[in-house]
Design a protein. Structure first.
Ligand code: ARG
Length: 576
């Protein structure tokens, strides 16, 4: 089976092979891309120019060496050398038609399982429990969830780990609140709300400069860690409620984990981590604390504080050790706010010195969600925006769009559509950003019917379903016996090229750890479909065979949209 467009891969390998000593093969490789203008073929590489310049050789000569080194058959003929040294590749139409029929027949999505599947631990969401989830938690949760799905789809072994912050100072604050200001009736009625109130109370007192509360809360945390019976019992009483509140949100978002090993799980291992790191001469004593100096930052990495307490860093070291021993992963991804960049740079440096230099540790950082005023997104009162109410608001905003656009749906159907559209809009708005940038939270933009939104893609999907229902055709019959595909019209061919690129796009998204590579692709696919739909009659095509070919392209587009959205954690619906 000649499936799997791996043009990028083949060209890059050829680049690597001909790159002379001193040439930057990586820079070279990154200069290969799919084109959007068919004038330049389906793929174009412009890497020869920059490299040739730095090597002081003729770029066209270099381009022809690459062209000689690459064999693109049966996908495409030799690259064409254009202009000052571009390489243009055009896929063979016959190969495309055959491959598309294959995809439709059985092989969708056309991903070739990796020769050596990797084990990847993805540490994501990982909220500090005991306070309600807020808007800041959405990024790690949806980005991590999407990366997990993409890696899994590519055939890797994924462990989704929710590294809950269930052992930190916020519990000290709650314990202080519980002992000094609890309302038992309120706790009985809504435990999480009462715990949140106590947390806020302690936090407010501390913020307004009440040092006695700060000290008292710290003492409560220390007692909890030291095994104080009362505090442990309270912790055991509070935790299930905290977890249940989280679960509700995860269920609604369609997010699940393989393990949820919070910070408390690692507590018994911390002393031996410090001992071991010290015994190997990696850590040293400094002003009463045990620290590791790294080249990453001027401040040392503290693994035991002066008062003997272990901290976030100690826990993260224990976690690496546990993960390595338990799953032996090739890669561990930490989907965490960019502000923790220094922490992770230090952590990784220490872990490498500690012997974990075979596992690829990566901080998948992301930026901040901003309000309309371009400051971090807050409520009018200045609090963090609660995640649950935000999801409710998404659904009610989506309902307005659905009411305006789908008057023929009944109430129940509209409610269902609004849920899928609303949640999809929030997730997609987040995933479609380059994760490192900050972005402004804007309902109108994220629910736009035209634009790079989930709504636009969901409508494109539903539009294709309506073609099938209008024609009273079941796409499954088409899949059972794929018709011959005709790609004579540029819009047919344009759509076909994109459908075939899906596996390649997923590889790129996984390599760069960027779901927005997938959203850009889906948006481009939906645009190509829209052009096709305007220019190529489907049910009224000039012949039955052309009609069937076009229906096949429609079905593949729909399958690709659905599959791609699924990898983003977003659902589709047939009628909108
Ligand atoms: N609980 C932390 C926070 O809310 C995030 C934990 C990320 N994972 C980790 N292994 N450090 O900031």
């Amino acid at each position: 089976m000649g499936l799997a467009v791996n043009v990028l891969e083949r060209l890059r390998t050829a680049f690597g092979a001909v790159t002379p000593e001193g040439g930057d093969a990586d820079a070279f490789k990154s200069a290969v891309r799919a084109t959007n203008d068919p004038k330049f073929g389906d793929y174009q590489a412009n890497g020869c120019m920059a490299l040739a310049k730095s090597l002081k050789i003729n770029p066209r000569v270099l381009a022809s060496q690459v062209a000689d080194a690459v064999d693109l058959e049966p996908l495409a003929g030799p690259p064409e050398i254009a202009g000052p040294g571009f390489l243009n590749v055009r896929l063979h139409d016959a190969w495309m038609a055959r491959s598309l029929a294959d995809l439709l027949g059985a092989s969708f999505p056309g991903i070739v399982p990796p020769a050596q599947p990797r084990t990847v631990v993805i540490d994501f969401s990982s909220p500090n429990v005991a306070k309600p989830m807020h808007v800041g938690h959405i990024r790690s949760t949806v980005i991590g969830n999407s990366l997990a799905r993409i890696f899994k789809a590519l055939g890797h072994h994924v462990i989704r780990d929710n590294h809950l912050g269930d052992w930190g100072s916020q519990f000290g604050m709650i314990l202080w609140g519980w002992k000094n200001a609890r309302d038992e009736a309120a706790f009985a009625a809504d435990p999480v709300a009462e715990l949140a109130r106590l947390y806020r109370l302690a936090q407010d007192r501390i913020k307004t400069g009440d040092q006695s509360v700060e000290v008292a809360a710290r003492v409560e945390t220390a007692k909890l860690h030291a095994g104080d019976a009362e505090n442990r019992a309270l912790w055991n009483q509070f935790m299930p409620h905290c977890l249940q509140a989280l679960r509700k949100i995860y269920d609604r978002l369609g997010v699940r984990f393989d393990v949820e090993l919070g910070e408390s799980f690692y507590d018994p291992m911390l002393a031996s981590v410090v001992e071991d790191v010290s015994a190997r001469g990696i850590a040293e004593e400094s002003e009463g604390a045990i620290v590791v100096f790294t080249a990453e930052t001027s401040a040392p990495f503290i693994i035991r504080k002066r008062d003997g307490a272990f901290n976030y860093g100690t826990t993260d070291l224990a976690t690496i050790k546990y993960r390595a021993a338990t799953w032996n992963p090739q890669q561990i991804l930490y989907v965490v706010d960019h502000r923790q960049g220094d922490h992770f740079r230090q952590l990784f440096a220490v872990a490498r010195r500690w012997g974990y230099d075979q596992v690829d540790l990566e901080h998948v950082a992301f930026g901040t969600i901003l309000g309309a005023d371009r400051r971090p997104f807050k409520t009018r009162e200045g609090d963090a925006v609660g995640l649950e109410s935000l999801l409710d608001e998404a659904v009610s905003e989506a309902r307005k769009v659905v009411d305006a656009n789908s008057p023929d749906l009944d109430q129940e159907a509209r409610a269902r559509v609004a849920e899928v559209v609303g949640l999809g809009a929030i997730k997609y708005a987040d995933l479609s950003q380059n994760r490192l940038s900050d972005y402004v939270f804007d309902w109108q933009k994220m629910l736009a019917m035209n634009g790079n939104t989930a709504t636009y893609l969901q409508y494109a999907y539903a539009r294709i379903q309506s073609i099938f229902s209008k024609g009273e055709i079941d796409p499954r019959t088409l899949r059972k016996q794929p018709p011959e595909l005709v790609l004579n019209h540029p819009a047919e061919r344009g759509l076909g090229v994109r459908i075939l690129r899906l596996p390649e796009v997923l590889e790129l998204a996984a390599a760069e750890l960027k779901p927005n590579i997938l959203t850009d692709y889906l948006f481009d696919l939906a645009n190509a479909f829209s052009t096709f739909f305007e220019e190529c009659p489907v049910l009224k095509a000039e012949s039955t065979s052309r009609r069937d070919s076009r229906l096949a392209i429609c079905d593949l587009t729909a399958q690709t949209l659905k599959f791609g959205l699924e990898l983003l954690g977003i659902e589709v619906i047939d009628r909108m």
